[in-house]
Structure formats: structure tokens, C-alpha cells
Design a protein around this ligand. Structure first.
Ligand code: LLP
Length: 429
């Protein structure tokens, strides 16, 4: 469920009119609902209640300080992938000892920073990385806590760019080699084996891939507990969200509104909790999209309507640089006008396109929408995850503002960049 709904024919986030925010702060504009994020966290955390667990928000999904701060308040840990993300956690009131550090390309500087701050664990992706962490820990006179990320070769049945648990993906160490790599880790003097980790992909809408990964990994996890006394098993993230019928899903039982999206928190928990419980280990989860995805929208203003013999285009002020998911993964975001259309409004297919000089700069193609005209506002739903964080200033378009709403409180979570900001740090001869 989420906190976006029509009220008096106008789309609201919690108790605040989005048209009012668009007018006051300008467009394009990201708006997040704090209550939705809190409720998502609580729903997932309580479904996992039978487990000794730590939910570590995969903050790559949305790393605004305000979002980190509110999840830290809820008791979340953080799954980080860079020194920059650790810096954000510490700035926003999160704790280093509740951070796991993932990623195939950790730099020496990032490893040293994370060791000095005392993170909970490195999730290690290669033997070469083990040796680098060992060396840096030795030079700092500490023992580095590590887990190996194991790749179970499972098809997560998601877009190929966000599938991570197949042998051909760059992530983790194959199940067949994992025991040997743990032996190497155990032989290195400045490492402490703390756990084991896996993550099979993102936007997963069925329970089967999770069940399959678990089945494949359990014998290894049990063996590692015996051999090295590991204390945790991290089961990664990947739980998908509603993109189609996203607005309607806010008022209905979560996730069940669409034929194609079959997973619920309860299904997820039912599939994995009984098996995980038997392990007698601390279980970590790394949800990203699930916590923040449906808590955000991207507001756009219609600039022009351009009719051609082949197609009708609605040109809006947001572009692929602001939300790259449609261009990069053929990501589908529901598009709704901020002014509620009449129930009998005629629908016609249009392309919603941005101002960026690329044919890939579209938010939707051949989308059946009610009539739109210049100066109308629209919202792209489910834009809270992998939205702003993946944006760029391509075409010298300043980065957008981000607004956080809670009840009737509005806070500027990030100021819109100015032209001055845009060239900051640049020099000319
Ligand atoms: N843990 C690890 C090790 C990950 O690599 C990821 C995501 C997560 C957790 C969180 O996954 P989630 O719960 O959000 O599915 N930009 C893409 C998604 C990239 C996901 C990268 N890794 C998109 O917009 O669909």
C-alpha cells in the first residue's frame, strides 16, 4: 500500500496536494512519502519477526539523507556499495556497525575507510578482493569481518540487466568453489569469517527463485556454521513491487491488484522463514526497491503536444537523465494526470517523451492516456527506487529537487541544482 490518492479530483501525497508542490517547487520534481517508507519497513520487518534478523536497506535504491535518516530511526541497517554511501549513512545518523559492504569493485580507499569506521561485514566477491582486504586490515592492525557472496546459479526471472545470481553474471563466487574460497579466507590472518551472503537479482515477482536459491544454499550454510562458526546468513534483496496499476494498488491489499505480480510479503516470508529459522543464525535482508519504490513519484509538466501522422507525442519537462529506467531496462511506470480525469474521458495512445536529444528519451510509448495539453501536470508512479540516484545532468540539465512529505509536513530533502551548481568544480584554461 502507499499514500498517493486522488482527493477532490487532485492527486495527493499523504495530506499534501501534488499540484501545490509542483507549483511551489517547480517541475520535474521527485516527491516521497515518509509514511509509505515507514509502513513498508514495518510490514517487511514484522513478516520476518520469527527470525533473529537485521534488515539492511540497500540504499543504492534511494540514498537521500532524509530517507536514510528515517530508516535509521525505524531501526534499519544499511547495505552499502561505496565509501560515499557509508559517508551518507554516518551523516544521516545511521551506524557503521549495522552496515554491510557489497560490490565487486571495492577500492583500497573504501576498504580502509570502512574498516576504520567499524562496519559489520564486507560481502566479498572474489579471491583477489579477500587478499586486498586482508592486507589493508593487517596494515591497520585490525581483523576485517567478511562473508563470501555465493552465486547459486538461479534464474531470478527478471530483466537481464538486474539478474545477478546466474553463473554468467559478474557477481559472487560459484557454489562449487565457495568451500575452497572459505578455506583461503580462513588461512588469511587479518580476516574474521562472520557469515555468508547471496543476492539473486532485483524486481523478482515470484517466490520460486527465492525458494530455489535457498534450497541450493542451505547445505553450504550449515557446513559453514559447523566449520567456521559463522553468525549470519544474508539472503540479499530483490523483492519486486507493483509498477502496473500502481495507483490502484495503494488502496487495495498490497500487491494483489495485478495478474502479473503475485508476490506479497506474507508469501515471501512463508517461502523462506521456516527454512531460515532452522539454521539458528542471524538472518540479514537487503531490500532496496521494496522499501522505497512505491513511496516516490516523479512530477512532470507537459510542455508541448506534438501530433504527427505516425504518432502523437506529449513532450514533458522531465527526461531520461532524471529517470533512466524506461530507457535502460524498458522499465514501465504508470503515468497519471495530477488532475483526476473523468471516468468517461477518452483514452488514446501517446508517447510521453522528454527534452533530451536522444530517441531513447521516453517515459512511455503507445500509452493509452486521457487527453493532455500544455501546462498539465503528470506523475510517474513508483519512482522512489532507482530514480533520482541514477539521474545525471546530461544535456546540462540541473539535478532535480527532492521533497519528503509526512502527513501535512513538507520538507525539501534536496534543493534543485542551479546553473552555478552545474559548473561547480569545473575550470577553463
Ligand atoms: N543487495 C545487493 C547485493 C544488490 O546488488 C541489490 C541491488 C540489492 C541488495 C537490492 O535489490 P532490490 O531489493 O532493490 O531489488 N537499477 C535497477 C536495479 C538494480 C539493482 C542492483 N542491486 C532498476 O532500476 O531496476
Amino acid at each position: 500500500m502507499h499514500q498517493f490518492h486522488y482527493h477532490h479530483q487532485s492527486l495527493y501525497c499523504e495530506n499534501v496536494s501534488l499540484t501545490q508542490l509542483a507549483t511551489e517547487y517547480g517541475t520535474p520534481l521527485y516527491v516521497y512519502s515518509a509514511t509509505t517508507i515507514r509502513e513498508n519497513f514495518r510490514r517487511l520487518n514484522s513478516a520476518l519477526d520469527p527470525l533473529d534478523r537485521m534488515v539492511c536497506y540497500a540504499m543504492k535504491a534511494n540514498s537521500n539523507l532524509s530517507v536514510i535518516n528515517l530508516l535509521a530511526q525505524e531501526g534499519s541497517g544499511f547495505d552499502i556499495v561505496s565509501g560515499g554511501e557509508l559517508y551518507r549513512v554516518l551523516k544521516a545518523g545511521g551506524r557503521a556497525d549495522r552496515c554491510t559492504f557489497a560490490g565487486v569493485g571495492k577500492t583500497e580507499g573504501d576498504i580502509a575507510y570502512a574498516l576504520r569506521e567499524g562496519i559489520y561485514c564486507f560481502n566479498v566477491e572474489s579471491e583477489a578482493e579477500l587478499e586486498v582486504i586482508n592486507r589493508i586490515a593487517g596494515s591497520l592492525g585490525v581483523k576485517a569481518p567478511i562473508a563470501i557472496r555465493v552465486n547459486p546459479n538461479v534464474d531470478a526471472q527478471t530483466h537481464k540487466y538486474i539478474s545477478t545470481g546466474k553463473s554468467q553474471n559478474k557477481f559472487g563466487i560459484g557454489l562449487d568453489r565457495a568451500s575452497d574460497v572459505y578455506k583461503i579466507a580462513a588461512s588469511l590472518p587479518h580476516l574474521k569469517i562472520r557469515g555468508v551472503q547471496t543476492h539473486i537479482g532485483s524486481q523478482i515477482l515470484q517466490t520460486a527463485p527465492f525458494a530455489e536459491a535457498l534450497e541450493k544454499l542451505i547445505p553450504l550454510v550449515q557446513q559453514l556454521k559447523k566449520d567456521y562458526g559463522i553468525e549470519f546468513f544474508s539472503f540479499g534483496g530483490g523483492v519486486g513491487i507493483v509498477y502496473k496499476e500502481a495507483l490502484a494498488s495503494g488502496s487495495k491489499e498490497w500487491w494483489t491488484s495485478s495478474e502479473t505480480q503475485k508476490i506479497t510479503t506474507e508469501d515471501y516470508a512463508k517461502t523462506i522463514v521456516p527454512t531460515l529459522q532452522k539454521l539458528g543464525l542471524r538472518i540479514l535482508f537487503e531490500p532496496g526497491r521494496f522499501l522505497v519504490g512505491n513511496a516516490g513519484v516523479l512530477l512532470n509538466k507537459v510542455l508541448y503536444v506534438k501530433e504527427t501522422p505516425a504518432k502523437n507525442f506529449v513532450v514533458v519537462d522531465g527526461g531520461m537523465n532524471d529517470l533512466i529506467r524506461p530507457a535502460l531496462y524498458e522499465g514501465w511506470h504508470e503515468i497519471v494526470p495530477l488532475k483526476e480525469p473523468k471516468t468517461d474521458a477518452p483514452l488514446a495512445p501517446v508517447d510521453i517523451v522528454g527534452p533530451v536529444c536522444e530517441s531513447g528519451d521516453f517515459f512511455a510509448q503507445d500509452r493509452e492516456l486521457p487527453p493532455l495539453k500544455a501546462d498539465d501536470y503528470i506523475a510517474l508512479m513508483s519512482a522512489g527506487a532507482y530514480g533520482f540516484v541514477m539521474s545525471s545532468s546530461y544535456n546540462s540539465r540541473p539535478l532535480l529537487a527532492e521533497i519528503l512529505v509526512e502527513g501535512d509536513k513538507v520538507m525539501v530533502a534536496r534543493q534543485r541544482q542551479t546553473y552555478e551548481d552545474l559548473i561547480q568544480g569545473e575550470h577553463q584554461p
